[in-house]
Design a protein around this ligand. Structure first.
Ligand code: TYD
Ligand code: MG
Length: 475
Protein backbone atom coordinates (compact mmCIF):
# COMPACT_ATOMS: atom_id res chain seq x y z
CA UNK A 1 0.00 0.00 0.00
CA UNK A 2 1.22 3.49 -0.75
CA UNK A 3 1.96 5.71 2.20
CA UNK A 4 -0.66 8.37 2.63
CA UNK A 5 0.76 11.71 1.57
CA UNK A 6 -0.08 14.50 3.95
CA UNK A 7 -0.37 17.92 2.49
CA UNK A 8 -1.47 21.33 3.50
CA UNK A 9 -2.03 24.67 1.84
CA UNK A 10 0.02 27.58 3.02
CA UNK A 11 -0.39 31.23 2.11
CA UNK A 12 3.03 32.45 0.94
CA UNK A 13 2.09 35.94 1.88
CA UNK A 14 1.12 35.59 5.54
CA UNK A 15 1.98 31.99 6.38
CA UNK A 16 -1.55 30.95 7.35
CA UNK A 17 -2.54 27.32 6.77
CA UNK A 18 -5.73 26.41 4.88
CA UNK A 19 -7.42 23.02 4.71
CA UNK A 20 -7.79 23.17 0.91
CA UNK A 21 -6.62 25.26 -1.98
CA UNK A 22 -8.45 28.53 -2.39
CA UNK A 23 -7.73 31.45 -4.66
CA UNK A 24 -7.98 34.07 -1.97
CA UNK A 25 -6.45 34.07 1.51
CA UNK A 26 -9.02 35.39 3.96
CA UNK A 27 -6.31 35.98 6.57
CA UNK A 28 -4.33 38.57 4.66
CA UNK A 29 -6.55 39.25 1.65
CA UNK A 30 -3.91 38.15 -0.85
CA UNK A 31 -4.95 36.55 -4.14
CA UNK A 32 -3.28 33.53 -5.65
CA UNK A 33 -0.84 33.23 -2.78
CA UNK A 34 -1.70 29.72 -1.61
CA UNK A 35 0.68 26.87 -2.37
CA UNK A 36 0.37 23.20 -1.63
CA UNK A 37 3.06 21.78 0.59
CA UNK A 38 3.71 18.09 0.99
CA UNK A 39 4.63 17.09 4.50
CA UNK A 40 6.80 14.11 5.25
CA UNK A 41 4.59 11.47 6.78
CA UNK A 42 6.08 11.53 10.21
CA UNK A 43 6.47 15.26 10.62
CA UNK A 44 3.86 16.76 12.83
CA UNK A 45 2.22 19.88 11.47
CA UNK A 46 4.25 22.79 12.75
CA UNK A 47 7.40 21.71 11.05
CA UNK A 48 9.21 19.75 13.75
CA UNK A 49 12.01 17.69 12.36
CA UNK A 50 11.40 14.03 12.03
CA UNK A 51 14.94 13.21 12.96
CA UNK A 52 13.92 13.71 16.54
CA UNK A 53 11.84 11.00 18.07
CA UNK A 54 9.38 11.91 20.78
CA UNK A 55 8.16 8.41 21.41
CA UNK A 56 9.74 6.02 23.88
CA UNK A 57 11.28 6.92 27.19
CA UNK A 58 12.87 10.30 27.66
CA UNK A 59 15.92 11.21 29.69
CA UNK A 60 15.47 13.46 32.73
CA UNK A 61 16.62 16.97 32.12
CA UNK A 62 18.91 18.89 34.45
CA UNK A 63 17.14 21.45 36.62
CA UNK A 64 19.18 24.18 38.32
CA UNK A 65 18.66 27.13 40.65
CA UNK A 66 17.98 30.54 39.26
CA UNK A 67 20.86 31.86 41.32
CA UNK A 68 24.12 30.45 40.06
CA UNK A 69 27.30 31.19 38.22
CA UNK A 70 26.60 32.27 34.71
CA UNK A 71 29.24 33.98 32.70
CA UNK A 72 26.95 36.58 31.06
CA UNK A 73 26.61 36.14 27.34
CA UNK A 74 30.03 36.83 25.83
CA UNK A 75 29.98 39.36 23.04
CA UNK A 76 31.95 39.26 19.85
CA UNK A 77 32.53 42.79 18.70
CA UNK A 78 33.16 43.30 15.04
CA UNK A 79 34.68 46.74 15.43
CA UNK A 80 32.20 48.01 12.84
CA UNK A 81 30.57 50.34 15.32
CA UNK A 82 27.38 51.03 13.42
CA UNK A 83 26.78 47.27 13.31
CA UNK A 84 27.83 46.52 16.89
CA UNK A 85 25.56 49.18 18.32
CA UNK A 86 22.52 47.95 16.43
CA UNK A 87 22.97 44.33 17.51
CA UNK A 88 23.51 45.43 21.13
CA UNK A 89 27.27 45.60 21.46
CA UNK A 90 28.46 42.51 19.63
CA UNK A 91 27.36 39.05 18.52
CA UNK A 92 26.24 36.57 21.16
CA UNK A 93 27.35 32.91 21.01
CA UNK A 94 24.52 30.49 20.35
CA UNK A 95 22.19 33.21 19.10
CA UNK A 96 20.34 33.48 15.81
CA UNK A 97 20.04 36.73 13.93
CA UNK A 98 17.93 37.46 10.87
CA UNK A 99 18.92 40.25 8.55
CA UNK A 100 16.19 41.13 6.10
CA UNK A 101 16.02 43.61 3.27
CA UNK A 102 15.33 44.15 -0.40
CA UNK A 103 17.38 42.20 -2.91
CA UNK A 104 20.43 44.23 -3.87
CA UNK A 105 20.36 46.50 -0.82
CA UNK A 106 23.73 45.22 0.44
CA UNK A 107 23.08 42.38 2.89
CA UNK A 108 25.75 40.10 1.45
CA UNK A 109 28.19 42.98 1.31
CA UNK A 110 27.55 43.87 4.95
CA UNK A 111 27.91 40.31 6.20
CA UNK A 112 31.07 39.73 4.21
CA UNK A 113 32.52 42.86 5.81
CA UNK A 114 31.31 41.73 9.24
CA UNK A 115 32.86 38.28 8.96
CA UNK A 116 36.05 39.73 7.52
CA UNK A 117 36.28 42.11 10.47
CA UNK A 118 35.90 39.20 12.89
CA UNK A 119 37.99 36.61 11.12
CA UNK A 120 41.36 37.40 12.67
CA UNK A 121 40.14 36.38 16.13
CA UNK A 122 37.09 34.30 15.33
CA UNK A 123 36.40 31.34 13.10
CA UNK A 124 33.81 32.48 10.55
CA UNK A 125 32.12 30.37 7.89
CA UNK A 126 30.19 32.10 5.12
CA UNK A 127 27.80 29.75 3.34
CA UNK A 128 26.20 31.09 0.18
CA UNK A 129 23.37 29.53 -1.73
CA UNK A 130 23.24 32.39 -4.20
CA UNK A 131 26.73 33.09 -5.39
CA UNK A 132 29.70 31.05 -6.50
CA UNK A 133 32.88 31.10 -4.45
CA UNK A 134 34.64 33.05 -7.20
CA UNK A 135 31.96 35.72 -7.12
CA UNK A 136 32.36 36.11 -3.39
CA UNK A 137 36.13 36.27 -3.78
CA UNK A 138 35.75 39.04 -6.34
CA UNK A 139 33.57 40.98 -3.97
CA UNK A 140 36.06 40.43 -1.15
CA UNK A 141 38.79 41.83 -3.37
CA UNK A 142 36.69 44.87 -4.10
CA UNK A 143 36.05 45.33 -0.38
CA UNK A 144 39.78 44.95 0.25
CA UNK A 145 39.28 42.08 2.68
CA UNK A 146 40.48 39.23 0.46
CA UNK A 147 43.33 38.48 2.85
CA UNK A 148 41.06 37.80 5.84
CA UNK A 149 40.72 34.13 6.83
CA UNK A 150 36.96 33.83 6.27
CA UNK A 151 35.97 30.29 5.25
CA UNK A 152 33.66 30.08 2.24
CA UNK A 153 31.29 27.41 1.02
CA UNK A 154 28.44 27.18 -1.43
CA UNK A 155 25.58 24.92 -0.46
CA UNK A 156 21.81 24.81 -0.33
CA UNK A 157 21.11 21.43 1.24
CA UNK A 158 20.60 21.93 4.96
CA UNK A 159 21.51 18.34 5.81
CA UNK A 160 24.94 18.84 4.23
CA UNK A 161 25.42 22.12 6.02
CA UNK A 162 24.48 20.58 9.36
CA UNK A 163 26.90 17.73 8.78
CA UNK A 164 29.65 20.26 8.08
CA UNK A 165 28.97 22.43 11.10
CA UNK A 166 28.13 19.76 13.67
CA UNK A 167 31.72 19.17 14.65
CA UNK A 168 33.64 19.55 17.87
CA UNK A 169 35.96 22.12 16.37
CA UNK A 170 32.99 24.36 15.79
CA UNK A 171 33.03 27.70 14.04
CA UNK A 172 32.12 30.80 16.06
CA UNK A 173 30.10 32.66 13.47
CA UNK A 174 28.13 31.18 10.58
CA UNK A 175 26.43 33.17 7.80
CA UNK A 176 23.67 31.60 5.72
CA UNK A 177 23.08 33.68 2.58
CA UNK A 178 20.17 33.38 2.01
CA UNK A 179 17.63 31.33 3.93
CA UNK A 180 15.38 31.35 0.83
CA UNK A 181 17.85 29.23 -1.10
CA UNK A 182 18.12 26.53 1.57
CA UNK A 183 16.12 23.34 1.50
CA UNK A 184 15.44 20.32 3.61
CA UNK A 185 15.07 17.24 1.45
CA UNK A 186 12.46 15.68 3.73
CA UNK A 187 9.95 18.34 2.72
CA UNK A 188 8.35 18.07 -0.67
CA UNK A 189 8.01 21.77 -1.33
CA UNK A 190 10.37 24.00 -3.25
CA UNK A 191 13.08 26.16 -1.63
CA UNK A 192 11.76 29.58 -0.69
CA UNK A 193 8.33 28.41 0.39
CA UNK A 194 7.23 29.16 3.90
CA UNK A 195 7.53 25.51 4.95
CA UNK A 196 11.08 25.19 3.63
CA UNK A 197 12.22 28.46 5.14
CA UNK A 198 10.78 27.54 8.49
CA UNK A 199 12.13 24.00 8.55
CA UNK A 200 15.60 24.95 7.30
CA UNK A 201 15.90 27.79 9.77
CA UNK A 202 14.67 25.63 12.62
CA UNK A 203 17.35 23.00 12.05
CA UNK A 204 20.12 25.56 11.64
CA UNK A 205 19.03 27.46 14.74
CA UNK A 206 18.84 24.28 16.79
CA UNK A 207 22.40 23.45 15.84
CA UNK A 208 23.57 26.99 16.59
CA UNK A 209 22.14 26.73 20.12
CA UNK A 210 23.62 23.27 20.68
CA UNK A 211 27.07 24.04 19.32
CA UNK A 212 27.12 27.62 20.53
CA UNK A 213 27.93 29.53 17.36
CA UNK A 214 26.30 32.79 16.30
CA UNK A 215 24.07 32.21 13.28
CA UNK A 216 23.40 35.05 10.84
CA UNK A 217 20.55 34.35 8.44
CA UNK A 218 20.00 36.53 5.38
CA UNK A 219 16.42 36.92 4.16
CA UNK A 220 15.18 38.79 1.11
CA UNK A 221 12.08 40.81 1.85
CA UNK A 222 10.42 43.15 -0.58
CA UNK A 223 9.35 46.62 0.52
CA UNK A 224 5.69 45.81 0.55
CA UNK A 225 6.47 42.61 2.42
CA UNK A 226 4.75 40.79 -0.44
CA UNK A 227 6.95 37.76 0.08
CA UNK A 228 6.37 36.87 3.71
CA UNK A 229 9.04 34.20 3.57
CA UNK A 230 11.56 35.33 6.15
CA UNK A 231 9.00 37.14 8.24
CA UNK A 232 7.74 33.80 9.51
CA UNK A 233 11.16 33.50 11.14
CA UNK A 234 10.87 36.60 13.27
CA UNK A 235 9.65 34.72 16.32
CA UNK A 236 12.25 31.95 15.94
CA UNK A 237 15.35 34.13 16.05
CA UNK A 238 16.80 36.26 18.84
CA UNK A 239 17.45 39.35 16.79
CA UNK A 240 15.79 40.78 13.68
CA UNK A 241 17.53 43.48 11.69
CA UNK A 242 16.31 45.21 8.58
CA UNK A 243 18.65 46.75 6.09
CA UNK A 244 16.97 49.48 4.13
CA UNK A 245 17.61 52.37 1.83
CA UNK A 246 15.90 54.34 -0.87
CA UNK A 247 16.61 53.80 -4.53
CA UNK A 248 18.93 56.48 -5.81
CA UNK A 249 20.40 57.17 -2.38
CA UNK A 250 23.66 55.78 -1.18
CA UNK A 251 22.58 55.71 2.48
CA UNK A 252 21.76 52.40 4.05
CA UNK A 253 20.05 52.10 7.40
CA UNK A 254 20.39 49.03 9.56
CA UNK A 255 17.46 48.89 11.95
CA UNK A 256 16.83 46.47 14.80
CA UNK A 257 13.16 45.58 15.17
CA UNK A 258 13.61 42.79 17.69
CA UNK A 259 16.54 42.11 19.95
CA UNK A 260 16.80 39.77 22.92
CA UNK A 261 20.24 41.16 23.69
CA UNK A 262 19.79 44.88 23.27
CA UNK A 263 17.53 47.81 22.55
CA UNK A 264 15.26 47.87 19.54
CA UNK A 265 14.72 50.93 17.37
CA UNK A 266 18.46 51.35 17.21
CA UNK A 267 19.77 52.29 13.81
CA UNK A 268 23.14 52.13 12.14
CA UNK A 269 23.94 54.31 9.16
CA UNK A 270 26.13 53.24 6.27
CA UNK A 271 27.00 54.60 2.90
CA UNK A 272 27.35 52.27 -0.10
CA UNK A 273 30.54 53.19 -1.88
CA UNK A 274 32.37 51.51 -4.73
CA UNK A 275 34.45 49.75 -2.07
CA UNK A 276 31.60 48.44 0.02
CA UNK A 277 29.77 49.89 2.97
CA UNK A 278 31.41 52.59 4.97
CA UNK A 279 30.20 53.70 8.37
CA UNK A 280 28.57 57.06 8.80
CA UNK A 281 29.33 58.12 12.34
CA UNK A 282 27.84 61.58 11.99
CA UNK A 283 24.63 61.04 10.03
CA UNK A 284 23.25 64.52 10.73
CA UNK A 285 26.07 66.15 8.83
CA UNK A 286 25.50 63.76 5.94
CA UNK A 287 21.74 64.24 5.80
CA UNK A 288 22.13 68.00 5.85
CA UNK A 289 25.08 68.12 3.46
CA UNK A 290 23.06 69.04 0.37
CA UNK A 291 21.02 71.81 1.90
CA UNK A 292 20.30 74.72 -0.38
CA UNK A 293 20.47 77.49 2.22
CA UNK A 294 17.40 79.59 2.80
CA UNK A 295 14.64 78.33 0.53
CA UNK A 296 10.97 78.35 1.35
CA UNK A 297 9.33 75.07 2.26
CA UNK A 298 12.27 73.57 4.13
CA UNK A 299 12.82 73.03 7.83
CA UNK A 300 15.36 71.07 9.86
CA UNK A 301 13.92 68.50 12.22
CA UNK A 302 15.94 67.42 15.25
CA UNK A 303 14.93 63.78 15.58
CA UNK A 304 15.98 60.82 17.69
CA UNK A 305 16.63 57.50 15.99
CA UNK A 306 17.19 54.74 18.51
CA UNK A 307 19.58 56.17 21.04
CA UNK A 308 20.95 58.83 18.76
CA UNK A 309 19.89 62.32 17.79
CA UNK A 310 19.74 62.89 14.07
CA UNK A 311 19.01 66.07 12.16
CA UNK A 312 17.16 65.81 8.88
CA UNK A 313 15.73 68.27 6.43
CA UNK A 314 12.00 68.20 5.76
CA UNK A 315 10.76 69.73 2.52
CA UNK A 316 7.24 70.75 1.65
CA UNK A 317 5.81 72.02 -1.58
CA UNK A 318 2.40 73.67 -1.51
CA UNK A 319 1.17 74.66 -4.95
CA UNK A 320 -2.21 75.57 -6.43
CA UNK A 321 -3.80 72.46 -7.88
CA UNK A 322 -5.63 72.11 -11.18
CA UNK A 323 -7.34 69.01 -9.82
CA UNK A 324 -10.73 68.80 -8.18
CA UNK A 325 -9.17 66.61 -5.51
CA UNK A 326 -5.70 68.04 -4.91
CA UNK A 327 -2.77 65.69 -4.51
CA UNK A 328 -1.20 64.77 -1.20
CA UNK A 329 2.08 62.92 -1.61
CA UNK A 330 4.49 61.97 1.16
CA UNK A 331 7.93 60.38 1.12
CA UNK A 332 9.49 59.29 4.41
CA UNK A 333 6.61 60.17 6.69
CA UNK A 334 3.11 59.01 7.52
CA UNK A 335 0.51 60.40 5.13
CA UNK A 336 -2.29 60.16 7.70
CA UNK A 337 -0.18 62.30 10.00
CA UNK A 338 0.27 64.88 7.22
CA UNK A 339 -3.51 65.02 6.73
CA UNK A 340 -3.92 65.62 10.43
CA UNK A 341 -1.42 68.49 10.51
CA UNK A 342 -3.07 70.09 7.47
CA UNK A 343 -6.48 69.77 9.12
CA UNK A 344 -5.21 71.32 12.35
CA UNK A 345 -3.56 74.20 10.48
CA UNK A 346 -6.84 74.85 8.65
CA UNK A 347 -9.21 74.43 11.58
CA UNK A 348 -7.17 76.06 14.36
CA UNK A 349 -5.14 78.65 12.50
CA UNK A 350 -7.36 79.48 9.53
CA UNK A 351 -4.72 78.60 6.92
CA UNK A 352 -6.20 77.38 3.67
CA UNK A 353 -4.49 74.43 2.00
CA UNK A 354 -7.72 73.19 0.42
CA UNK A 355 -7.12 74.02 -3.24
CA UNK A 356 -3.42 73.17 -3.17
CA UNK A 357 -1.39 70.11 -3.98
CA UNK A 358 0.82 69.26 -1.00
CA UNK A 359 4.06 67.30 -1.29
CA UNK A 360 6.18 66.35 1.69
CA UNK A 361 9.62 64.80 1.55
CA UNK A 362 12.12 63.71 4.17
CA UNK A 363 15.48 64.35 2.53
CA UNK A 364 18.05 61.60 2.29
CA UNK A 365 15.76 58.59 2.19
CA UNK A 366 15.23 58.46 5.93
CA UNK A 367 11.85 57.34 7.23
CA UNK A 368 10.64 59.22 10.27
CA UNK A 369 8.02 57.78 12.59
CA UNK A 370 8.31 60.16 15.54
CA UNK A 371 5.36 62.48 16.22
CA UNK A 372 8.05 64.93 17.34
CA UNK A 373 8.43 65.82 13.66
CA UNK A 374 4.95 67.43 13.60
CA UNK A 375 6.13 70.95 14.32
CA UNK A 376 8.92 70.76 11.74
CA UNK A 377 6.41 69.53 9.16
CA UNK A 378 4.02 72.34 10.04
CA UNK A 379 6.85 74.85 9.72
CA UNK A 380 7.82 73.54 6.28
CA UNK A 381 4.18 73.65 5.16
CA UNK A 382 3.62 77.21 6.33
CA UNK A 383 6.94 78.29 4.87
CA UNK A 384 5.99 76.90 1.47
CA UNK A 385 2.44 78.24 1.62
CA UNK A 386 3.56 81.81 2.19
CA UNK A 387 6.84 81.59 0.29
CA UNK A 388 8.97 82.64 3.29
CA UNK A 389 12.10 80.64 4.13
CA UNK A 390 12.88 79.57 7.68
CA UNK A 391 16.10 80.93 9.18
CA UNK A 392 18.89 78.69 7.94
CA UNK A 393 20.33 78.02 11.38
CA UNK A 394 17.13 76.93 13.07
CA UNK A 395 15.98 73.47 14.11
CA UNK A 396 12.42 72.51 15.00
CA UNK A 397 10.76 69.73 17.00
CA UNK A 398 7.51 69.16 18.88
CA UNK A 399 4.36 67.09 18.71
CA UNK A 400 1.10 68.74 17.64
CA UNK A 401 -2.25 67.92 19.23
CA UNK A 402 -5.66 68.20 17.61
CA UNK A 403 -6.41 71.56 19.21
CA UNK A 404 -3.19 72.97 17.81
CA UNK A 405 -1.27 72.72 21.07
CA UNK A 406 2.41 71.82 20.90
CA UNK A 407 3.34 68.99 23.23
CA UNK A 408 6.67 68.20 24.86
CA UNK A 409 8.68 65.34 23.42
CA UNK A 410 11.37 63.16 24.97
CA UNK A 411 15.09 63.88 24.89
CA UNK A 412 14.71 67.56 24.11
CA UNK A 413 18.17 68.25 25.46
CA UNK A 414 19.85 65.60 23.33
CA UNK A 415 18.22 67.13 20.26
CA UNK A 416 19.43 70.59 21.17
CA UNK A 417 22.93 69.36 21.95
CA UNK A 418 23.19 67.74 18.52
CA UNK A 419 22.00 70.93 16.85
CA UNK A 420 24.50 73.03 18.80
CA UNK A 421 27.26 70.63 17.83
CA UNK A 422 26.44 71.18 14.17
CA UNK A 423 26.44 74.94 14.48
CA UNK A 424 22.72 75.66 14.66
CA UNK A 425 21.92 78.77 16.65
CA UNK A 426 18.14 78.75 17.07
CA UNK A 427 15.44 76.25 17.93
CA UNK A 428 11.67 76.16 17.99
CA UNK A 429 10.69 73.68 20.69
CA UNK A 430 7.75 72.75 22.90
CA UNK A 431 7.67 74.22 26.41
CA UNK A 432 10.63 72.81 28.30
CA UNK A 433 10.48 71.03 31.61
CA UNK A 434 12.02 72.85 34.58
CA UNK A 435 15.04 70.60 34.30
CA UNK A 436 15.54 71.63 30.72
CA UNK A 437 15.21 75.31 31.56
CA UNK A 438 18.16 75.18 33.88
CA UNK A 439 20.52 74.06 31.15
CA UNK A 440 18.94 76.22 28.54
CA UNK A 441 20.64 79.41 29.49
CA UNK A 442 24.19 78.28 28.81
CA UNK A 443 23.49 77.05 25.30
CA UNK A 444 24.95 78.78 22.31
CA UNK A 445 21.57 78.29 20.82
CA UNK A 446 18.50 80.44 21.30
CA UNK A 447 15.47 78.39 22.26
CA UNK A 448 12.01 79.72 21.48
CA UNK A 449 9.23 77.80 23.16
CA UNK A 450 6.13 77.27 21.07
CA UNK A 451 3.04 76.29 23.04
CA UNK A 452 0.50 76.47 20.24
CA UNK A 453 0.61 76.56 16.44
CA UNK A 454 -0.38 80.21 16.63
CA UNK A 455 3.05 80.74 18.18
CA UNK A 456 4.65 79.17 15.11
CA UNK A 457 2.67 81.46 12.84
CA UNK A 458 3.77 84.38 14.99
CA UNK A 459 7.40 83.43 14.23
CA UNK A 460 6.71 83.81 10.51
CA UNK A 461 4.89 87.11 11.18
CA UNK A 462 1.14 87.05 11.77
CA UNK A 463 0.29 89.56 9.05
CA UNK A 464 2.53 88.00 6.46
CA UNK A 465 0.90 84.63 6.98
CA UNK A 466 -2.59 86.02 6.91
CA UNK A 467 -2.07 88.06 3.73
CA UNK A 468 -0.14 85.51 1.80
CA UNK A 469 -2.07 82.39 2.70
CA UNK A 470 -5.36 84.06 1.84
CA UNK A 471 -3.94 85.79 -1.23
CA UNK A 472 -2.68 82.52 -2.62
CA UNK A 473 -6.00 80.87 -2.05
CA UNK A 474 -7.90 83.49 -3.92
CA UNK A 475 -5.31 84.10 -6.60
P1 TYD B 1 24.53 42.87 -2.20
O1 TYD B 1 25.33 42.83 -0.95
O2 TYD B 1 24.80 41.81 -3.19
O3 TYD B 1 22.96 42.91 -1.89
P2 TYD B 1 22.01 41.79 -1.25
O4 TYD B 1 22.87 40.73 -0.70
O5 TYD B 1 21.22 42.53 -0.21
O6 TYD B 1 21.14 41.31 -2.36
O7 TYD B 1 24.74 44.33 -2.82
C1 TYD B 1 24.57 44.50 -4.15
C2 TYD B 1 24.60 45.93 -4.55
O8 TYD B 1 25.56 46.71 -3.91
C3 TYD B 1 24.89 45.96 -6.02
O9 TYD B 1 23.88 46.74 -6.63
C4 TYD B 1 26.22 46.60 -6.14
C5 TYD B 1 26.39 47.37 -4.86
N1 TYD B 1 27.77 47.40 -4.39
C6 TYD B 1 28.45 48.60 -4.40
O10 TYD B 1 27.92 49.63 -4.80
N2 TYD B 1 29.74 48.64 -3.94
C7 TYD B 1 30.37 47.52 -3.50
O11 TYD B 1 31.54 47.61 -3.09
C8 TYD B 1 29.66 46.29 -3.51
C9 TYD B 1 30.33 45.02 -3.07
C10 TYD B 1 28.37 46.26 -3.96
MG1 MG C 1 23.08 38.80 -1.49
Amino acid sequence: MMAKVKNRFVCQSCGSVHPRWVGHCDECDAWNSIVEEILPESAPVGGKSRSQSFSGTGNPIKVVNLLGNSKGAPRRKTGIEEFDRVIGNGLVDGSALLIGGDPGIGKSTLLLQVTAALAQKTRCIYISGEEAVDQIRLRAARLDVAAEPVELATATNVANILATLDIDDRPDVVVIDSIQTMYTASLGSAPGTVAQIRASAQELIRLAKRRGFALLLVGHVTKEGAIAGPRVLEHMVDTVLYFEGERGHQFRLLRSVKNRFGATDEIGVFEMTDRGLSEVSNPSALFLADRQGEVSGASVFAGIEGSRPMLVEIQALVAPSPLATPRRAVVGWDSARLSMILAVLEARCGLLFGGNDVYLNVVGGLRISEPAADLAVAAALISSLIGEPMPENMIVFGEIGLSGEVRPVNQAEARIREATKLGFTAALTPAFSELGKKNKTDQRLKVTEIRHLSGLIHEFGDDAVKNKSLGKQHG
